[in-house]
Write a new protein. Sequence first.
Length: 268
Amino acid sequence: MLLSLLVAATISVAATSTDLRDLVAAVGGDRVQVESLTDPRADPHAREIHPRQLARLRTAQALVRVGLDHEPWLARALAGRPAPPHDLDGSKAVALLGTDTPRLRADDRPHAHAFGNPHYWLDPENARPLTARILELLVALSPAERATFEANRARFLADLDRRLAGWQRALAPHRGARVVVVHDTWPYFARRFGLTIAAAVEEKPGVPPSPAYLGLLIDRMRTSEVKALLAEPTAPAALVRKIAAATGARVATTSRCSTSTSRDWPAR
C-alpha cells in the first residue's frame, strides 16, 4: 500500500519558462505538476517574483531553468531560501551558440549573453536533448515511473519529427533570406531553418540602440534590401514601427516562443 501511494504521488516541478514547463509536462504527463515562474507576454529577464512563485520554489521537488544569464532574477528569488533538491540547467544539455563572443564587462546589464546565447529552445531539435535530461530528472525522482516517462517522451518526439518536417517545408522558400532581429533571440532558429541574421536592432543584447546606431542600421537595411524584421512580443512597438516605416521591412512579431508541439511551436 505504501509503495502504491509513493508511486501515485505527483512530482512538483518549477520551471523558469513556459517552454521548459511544456517540455516537462510532455515527458511527465499526469505524473507531474509543473508551473512556470514567468509569463511569456512579459520580459522574462526582468521579472518580479511574487509570493505565489516563491511558494512554488519552496515546495518544488525540482527546478528546471534555462541557465546562462537568462534569469538574473532567480538568484534573488532563491536567496536565503532552501533551493529545490533537484536543479536542472537546460543550457548544459545543448550545444550552445555565441560562446566565442566575449561580453563580460563590469558595466554590462543583466542578460548580456555573456556566456553564450540562451535562446536555444528556438531550435526544435534541441527539444531532443532537453527532454532526455528531463527524463533523467523525473526518473531520479520516481524510478518506478521510468516506462511511463519513456513512452511519453517517445510520443512527443514522434510528434516533433512530424511537425518539424512540416515547418521545414513551410520555410524552405525562405532559405537564405536576410533578416534583422530586434533582440539576439534567433540564431538557433535561423541555423535550423536556413535564415541569415544580418543585424540586430539592439547594439548589445538588452541595450537599446543609440540614435547613431539606429540611423546606420536603417541605412544598411535600405541599401542591402533587408525586408524582414523579427520582433518579440516584448519589443518596443514604437521602435519596431519606426524601423519598418523607414525601411519598408515586413515585421514578423512572434506571438509566443515555445518548443511545445502542443502549443503551436515554432512561434507564429
